[in-house]
Design a binder for this molecule. Structure first.
Ligand code: NAP
Length: 310
């Protein structure tokens, strides 16, 4: 039987509507949460992401502003900008779009963001809060994964969860969130032996690898929930045919897109897994839309947390 599709676009819309209602309620008490996005130089992909973040912030009624230092900006200049944003009370969230230019000391810049305004949840203080289960700001994509599970009624406590990938921005925080919700968690990476065998133990399998369609049907226990965080662009015809050869629903549309544009987006999970899994997130339209939704939710959370500590 084909897997239930976990519709991230719909879940993200629900979250945005809830955040908009929250922002309206805060406005009645005279508070308008604010997000500052820092984009250094001209990276086309980063420009697209930042536009999406600023647009979504405006749609839910947040104050948002962009800071656009030149590509040549120094570490010292960026630290001065971050410090000025840290000091402004009307700014609740600060997001530094990565990657920063190579000459900039990215770690020092990220460390300078006030942890109370760190809406990306990357600051070591927030990483510590997450691992010790204290209130703090949680990275957006991992928080989105948990929202998909929660809002789809998929139980976590007591289940076997396997996370493939151990990056600081996805794999590790997802594993910690699952552990905090009482799953039995295994974290896999490029040195894991018998990866398909370990993955087959999973009731909940999270793929955050960055390799198109790597997770094939032999990685998946029948009926498991599969969360595909990967976003990969396939431009090669042979690779396209490996992924989309069968008569699976949606393949004909993908073929049209591939022929017209020369590329399609695919996750880390092979589309054939939809035949084995009990539930699965699509790519696109799965985890991706949750990332911006959780960013605006985090900005409102930061606004409330900062004031509750004052
Ligand atoms: P990353 O920093 O490159 O980490 C990839 C992880 O996968 C590493 O831990 C690596 O292991 C592991 N890995 C790589 N090849 C492997 C293999 N053959 N077998 C087992 N493990 C392997 O990537 P990331 O930033 O976490 O992102 C992962 C994916 O999620 C990417 O496709 C990215 O585009 C996507 N992503 C999506 C969103 C979203 O909004 N949906 C947000 C962020 C990222 P080692 O540690 O041993 O090297």
């Amino acid at each position: 039987m084909a897997a239930k599709i976990l519709d991230g676009t719909k879940i993200a819309a629900e979250i945005r509507a809830e955040v908009a209602a929250d922002v309206k309620a805060l406005a009645a008490s005279g508070l308008r949460p604010g997000l500052a996005v820092v984009l250094v130089g001209h990276n086309p992909a980063s420009e697209v992401y930042v536009r999406g973040k600023v647009k979504s912030s405006g749609e839910v009624g947040l104050h948002s502003e962009q800071h656009l230092p030149a590509e040549s900006a120094t570490t010292a200049e960026l630290l001065a900008l971050i410090e000025s944003l840290n000091r402004r009370d009307e700014i609740d969230g600060i997001l530094v779009q990565l990657p920063l230019p190579a000459h900039v000391d990215s770690k020092t810049v990220l460390l300078a963001v006030d942890p109370a305004k760190d809406v990306d949840g990357f600051h070591p203080m927030n990483v510590g809060y997450l691992s010790t289960q204290r209130p703090g700001l949680v990275p957006c994509t991992p928080a989105g994964v948990m929202e998909i599970l929660r809002r789809s009624g998929i139980p976590v406590a007591g289940r076997e969860a396997v996370v493939v990938g151990r990056s600081d921005i996805v794999g590790k925080p997802v594993a910690m969130l699952l552990l905090n919700q009482n799953a039995t968690v295994t974290v896999c990476h490029s040195k894991t032996h018998d990866l398909p065998g370990v993955c087959r133990r999973a009731d909940i399998l999270v793929a955050a690898i960055g390799r198109a369609g790597m997770v094939t049907r032999e990685y998946v226990k029948p009926g498991a929930t599969v969360i595909d965080v990967g976003i990969n662009r396939v431009t090669n015809r042979v690779e396209f045919d490996r992924l989309f050869a069968g008569a699976i629903a949606g393949n004909a549309r993908r073929r049209e897109t591939f022929l017209a544009k020369g590329s399609v987006l695919v996750g880390d999970v092979h589309p054939e897994v939809a035949d084995v899994a009990g539930a699965i997130t699509p790519v696109p339209g799965g985890v991706g839309p949750l990332t911006i939704a959780m960013l605006i939710a985090n900005t409102v959370k930061a606004a409330k947390l900062r004031r509750s500590h004052e």
